[in-house]
Design a protein around this ligand. Sequence first.
Ligand code: KG4
Ligand code: ZN
Length: 351
Amino acid sequence: MDCFTFGALKLENLSTCILAIESSCDETSASVCVDGKILSNFIANQTVHEKYGGVVPELASRAHMQNIVPVVDAALKEALPQLPTPNARLQTIDAIAFTQAPGLIGSLLVGTQFAKSLSLSLDKPLIAVHHMQAHVLANLIGEEKPEFPFLCLTVSGGHTQIVLAKSPLELEVIGETIDDAAGEAFDKSAKLLGLPYPGGPLIDKYAKEGDPRKFKFAEPQIPELNFSFSGLKTSVLYFLQKQEPSFIQKNLKDLCASIQYTIVHILLTKLKKAVLQTGVKSVCIAGGVSANSGLRTGLIEMGEKQGWETFIPKFEYCTDNAAMIAVTAYYKYLAGEFSTLDAGPSARAEW
Ligand code: KG4
Ligand code: ZN
């Protein structure tokens, strides 16, 4: 890109400006970063799924189709306000990044095709990003970031992993769930309590005023650094089936606090084991569930007690967002890891 001034940030000729697109599930997001520094991060949420109790893939793809142009336009405008037209802003971009996997295939297709079309028409390089790698690297956004190696507990609606990050592009999954993800445990428990989708943030909200020790739910004994959450949902279901009809209404806050306490306890117990096993004491969290206040506070308290250095992304970089795709793409750009135009999306993908 040429030399511009972005607020306090003076860009030299060698600066790298990346436009990133995230559309793996039900958030359409676009972000612009310059040399790894985020200049904009627009996220369009899809409320259409609420009444169905979960994300409806077909509706998600349609909403991405409607949102993607305005969201990309808004991200470019906010990042490059000194440039007069969309075309001038697009010409300034050095590479276009997109989430390739994993996710809902119809949702991923929208972002992938949009990014490939831009790459072809602008003749700019294309960078494919793994969504779970990006969640981990969300910890590199901002001033206070972990040094390598670090451990990251990545907890989202589809995944629960402990990752050993040796460098931005060398991430090793050392533990993961064998069934449900932590986000699913939150959402499915919330559904049993009659709360709308996504229930995770609502459990968090009610838990703040509840007693976390009031009710006890099953904690599975899973070997190594792996997790299991399907038993928790069953434990909550069987417990509720034994109660009076008005029980949930009367005990909602305590139920939420107790469910949250159990999930956070399972997560932090394994994280502690991972630190002991690896000797790595720099510990991060990432993914939608890292927005949970119980997990955030629990990590900080455990870090103080155990002598860990802890890192938590800002809220907007915890749930799905394109800023994390942009920052990951920046490291891939530096390493020369570009994609070709035949790169396709994948619902499931190994690292
Ligand atoms: O990372 P994310 O935005 O999307 C996926 O890649 O899955 O994670 C979404 C998940 C949902 O299960 C949602 O309920 C959960 O993150 N979540 C929370 C909170 N905010 C989002 N769970 C508990 N407490 C929260 N505050
Ligand atoms: Zn995610």
